[in-house]
Design a protein around this ligand. Structure first.
Ligand SMILES: *Cc1c(COP(=O)(O)O)cnc(C)c1O
Length: 364
């Protein structure tokens, strides 16, 4: 097995630092070994810092980002509950689907692809209604839109809802500020701005969300993602639920150390500055950016495929000639746009230079 050394500038996974890869290869210990439990405590405490929360229930779910999504909905929703879901791309649509499968009655607020959700549209439906959950995606990886979360706590309060946020592509690249934004349940993934391999989904539940969980009328329908059970392993009791993926937690621990060594503000600034440089460079070589600059997402840029260029051919050339991966379009943007990631270790001037040079060459 000799995987090629790629440069990962798609929608995730992003490049993984050698320090994180090395952490993965350290000796496996037992998931109840005192050494490992100490490491878990440190991991959870670093996660709280990066999420911007004091929530006790903050832990990595043993599966990818979608499992974090599933965890939030299966724990908070019961059959017949009402959920208000914002959809401005693939991942908002996936949230609605997961909520429906929990037996919830789902109302959806849409925004056109490539635009942010208009809080007034959400407020109109929320107002006077009762919802168990109001959910939205912070960083829509399918469209490259960054959603301003600040109006949504008040809207959730107006309809008695818990505020649930998808921070898969924002955590570690854009401030999520869970406590300041009044978010009740949030989930992320390791392979985007945390620059760790895919395989874990950090989640965090507020006190209010924990109370809703404790007062459920029915048991959580998923045994594996039941936080009342998982929380007993990640809490003080250390009761076995499933075997923690020990080496992946080494990797997450190391990637969080890298985030905090750099400093959160410096890291967010780096993502912002490099994104601006990429945007300017793309426009210079005649590639249009369909998302309005005020809501553009620094870790992931949507770039319109120029007329006459063949989507698959260009991406195949980047991969073959430069070992460079960028993403194709999803949904309404399939075949019409590329998705270029500048996430975590992949957000450097060298990545930008390589990508612009390779694109210019391929298009020429
Ligand atoms: C990648 C992504 C997910 C899904 O994560 P997986 O790790 O692929 O399961 C969910 N939401 C957003 C916004 C994402 O970018």
């Amino acid at each position: 097995m000799t995987p090629p050394a790629r440069v990962l500038m798609g929608p995730g996974p992003s490049d993984v630092s050698p320090r994180v890869l090395e952490a993965l290869s350290r000796p496996t210990v037992g998931h109840l070994d005192p050494y490992f439990l100490r490491l878990l405590d440190e991991t959870q405490s670093m996660l709280r810092e990066v999420f911007g929360t004091k929530n006790s229930l903050t832990l990595p779910i043993s599966a990818t980002g979608s499992a974090g999504m599933e965890t939030c909905f299966v724990n908070l929703l019961e059959a017949g509950d009402r959920a208000l879901i914002c959809r401005h791309g693939v991942f908002g649509g996936r949230m609605a689907e997961v909520a429906r499968r929990c037996g919830a009655e789902v109302a959806v607020v849409d925004a056109p692809w490539g635009r942010a959700i208009d809080p007034d549209d959400v407020a109109r439906i929320a107002n006077g209604g009762t919802f168990k959950v109001l959910a939205l995606v912070h960083a829509e990886t399918s469209t490259g839109v960054l959603q301003d979360l600040s109006p949504f706590r008040a809207i959730a309060d107006s309809c008695g809802a818990l505020l649930v946020v998808d921070a898969v592509t924002s955590l570690g690249g854009v401030a999520v500020d869970v406590d300041r934004m009044g978010i009740d349940a949030v989930y992320s993934g390791t392979q985007k701005c945390l620059s760790c391999p895919p395989g874990l989904s950090p989640v965090s539940f507020s006190e209010r969300a924990q109370r809703v969980l404790e007062n459920r009328k029915t048991p959580v329908q998923s045994w594996y993602f039941d936080l009342t059970l998982i929380g007993r392993y990640f809490g003080t009791e250390r009761v076995y639920h499933h075997t923690a993926p020990v080496n992946m937690i080494y990797a997450l621990h190391e990637s969080l150390r890298l985030v905090l060594e750099e400093g959160l503000d410096a890291r967010y600034r780096r993502h912002r500055d490099h994104a601006r440089a990429l945007w300017a460079g793309l426009e210079r070589i005649g590639i249009a950016l369909p998302v309005e600059s005020s809501v553009r997402l620094p870790p992931l840029t949507l770039a319109r495929i120029p007329t006459g260029a063949d989507d698959h051919e260009v991406r195949a050339r980047l991969l073959d000639e430069h070992g460079l991966e960028i993403g194709g379009g999803l949904g309404e943007f399939a075949g019409k746009a590329w998705r270029i990631g500048l996430m975590g270790a992949s957000s450097t001037p060298r990545h930008i230079e390589l990508c612009l040079g390779a694109l210019e060459e391929a298009l020429g």
